[in-house]
Write a protein that binds this ligand. Structure first.
Ligand code: SAM
Length: 354
């Protein structure tokens, strides 16, 4: 049965509507669509091509009431929510928060983006990545208001992501605290300068090599890592697992390890096509990372956190700690290692499961 979603057409036609989400309140299922331009939407968690607004509307109507019982249209300062309740659709219109609406919030955002000092040519894309990433992290947190959220940002660089994330969390009623780690002392100094310019005290930054880094267990609620090159995303995952961080959000960058080290494998012919070989190695690397995380007791979602024209490196591995280590996933990961005659860095985590 299709439900009537009053006003959905005009909500989607309104360019201020930046993001639409279908949700199932009880089982946590979620599908998100991010506006790409006036007429097209990018499907966040699947490989499908973009949807035209009319196609999105059809999809929303077809799924609402079937797999989902909530639909949210997010604007910069308010959201429109459709809720299914005992066969009735209720529509509510709510400001995101008093703060988000206010000029003060806009001034804070401007102060933040000025302090970050991102070159004008890169500003729109850098901020878009950080904002979308930050909103996904916020959605992953439980909603207890005024809760302290301790964030570890690894390979933080100038910590654009960390600062934007703290801003988004703060505006949503959380009390964020951030710890950024990077090997480059110049960038870490830059982070101190930014924090100083903003007058933020709830953040610390540290110069350290992630290859030998261990975070204090139980100290953090969330680990984030944006575009750590090559094996840095593996180090981020290892650090998060070792420190028992309940939520990990890792957006990998380039990676070389698998392709450099794999031995004879069943898809040997792929080497005739180097571009495809590189893509296969990327997919298998991120697949293996996801499998290892599941083996270590996390539930993993791999999604595209931002439209590909903002960055082609738009895969986000989102992992939530849910249970004890899973032997089945560990066995599948080991089978992959056997088939591709490879011993990726993260395989050391599997050895602990036995
Ligand atoms: C591509 S940048 C990403 C920076 C930031 N997360 C962002 O998205 O803007 C990769 C960062 O990793 C840092 N890095 C490289 N090797 C490292 C290592 N072994 N340990 C810690 N950080 C490292 C670099 O200094 C750089 O800041």
């Amino acid at each position: 049965m299709a439900y009537s979603l009053m006003g959905i057409e005009s909500n989607l036609a309104n360019k201020g509507c930046e993001r639409v989400e279908l949700l199932h309140q009880a089982n946590g299922r979620r599908s998100a669509f991010v506006r790409q331009d006036e007429e097209t939407w990018h499907v966040q968690d699947s490989e499908s091509v973009s949807l035209h607004t009319a196609e999105l509307q059809e999809r929303l109507v077809a799924n609402f009431g079937l797999n989902y019982d909530r639909l949210v249209c997010r604007f910069s300062d308010h959201e429109v929510m459709y809720t299914l309740n005992q066969g009735e659709v209720n529509m509510t219109h709510k400001p995101l928060s008093q703060e988000a609406k206010s000029g003060a919030a806009r001034r804070e955002w401007k102060a933040l983006t000025d302090a970050l000092g991102i070159p004008r040519s890169k500003r729109r894309h850098k901020l878009k990545q950080a904002e979308q990433f930050a909103h996904i992290v916020k959605e992953g947190l439980d909603k207890a208001d005024n809760r302290e959220v301790r964030v570890l940002d690894v390979a933080c660089g100038r910590s654009y992501l960390g600062f934007v994330l703290c801003h988004v969390l703060f505006a949503s009623g959380f009390r964020p605290w951030m710890h950024g780690v990077d090997a480059d002392p110049v960038l870490v100094d830059k982070c101190h300068d930014i924090a100083g310019a903003l007058g933020w005290r709830d953040c610390v930054f540290e110069v350290a090599n992630l290859e030998h880094y261990a975070a204090e267990p139980g100290r953090y609620d969330v680990l984030v890592s944006l575009h750590g090159c090559d094996a840095l995303s593996d180090e981020a995952i290892r650090i998060g697992v070792d420190a028992k961080i309940p939520l990990l959000f890792v957006a990998p960058c380039c990676q070389q390890e698998l392709r450099r080290t794999w031995g004879p494998h069943p898809l040997q012919w792929i080497r005739y096509y180097p571009v495809l070989e590189e893509r296969l190695a990327d997919i298998l690397t991120d697949g293996f990372r996801s499998l290892v995380l599941e083996a270590m007791g996390y539930r993993v979602t791999a999604l595209r956190f931002v439209a590909p024209d903002v960055t082609p490196k738009n895969l986000l591995i989102q992992a939530k700690m849910v249970s004890r280590p899973c032997r089945d996933r560990a066995a599948e990961a080991k089978e992959f290692q056997r088939l591709f005659s490879v011993q990726p860095r993260l395989s050391s985590l599997l050895d602990r499961i036995g």
